[in-house]
Ligand binder design. Structure first.
Ligand SMILES: [Zn+2]
Length: 151
């Protein structure tokens, strides 16, 4: 009789949820997922969220991009990327990678245009700094001569 009682108790114990409250009490609910050993309530928090239905990011991000040959096209694609990220339809990691690539494409647009347009390739790129103060290079500061050693 004691053997039967022990078996029944261990079977009940094996079918109980393994979750323990912070106070140490074990959940009394029945196990739902045998792999996790948790009831539906506690198993739901442990199971990773199912991946969201994959949206067609390529279609959204390349609809109005002008083949990424203009700053406006890249701006439009980044705007769509922002909306996808804000709506939590794309992972932050993926959005970061796409934004980084868009940044590289944006930076290389002037170089590509200068290579395509052979007339402008001879002209160096000029950057107008406006009225920023510049160092005075005509009169270098005199180097003070060291005094003799006192020994
Ligand atoms: Zn539970």
């Amino acid at each position: 009789m004691t053997h039967r009682t022990t078996t029944a108790a261990s079977t009940v114990s094996a079918n109980r949820c393994l979750y323990r409250a912070p106070a140490g009490r074990r959940c009394r609910a029945e196990v739902h997922d045998l792999k996790l050993g948790l009831c539906p309530k506690h198993g739901a928090s442990r199971v990773p969220a199912a991946p969201k239905p994959s949206a067609d990011f390529l279609q959204v991000l390349t609809t109005d991009c002008n083949d990424f040959t203009t700053a406006m096209g890249i701006h439009n694609s980044l705007y769509e990327l922002y909306k996808l990220l804000a709506a939590d339809l794309i992972t932050a990691r993926r959005a970061a990678v796409l934004a980084y690539i868009a940044n590289l494409v944006l930076r290389t647009i002037p170089i590509v245009h200068s290579e395509i347009d052979s007339d402008s390739s001879n002209e160096p790129v000029r950057i107008d700094f406006g009225d920023l103060p510049r160092p005075i290079r005509t009169a270098p500061a005199p180097i003070p001569a060291e005094s003799g050693h006192s020994s």
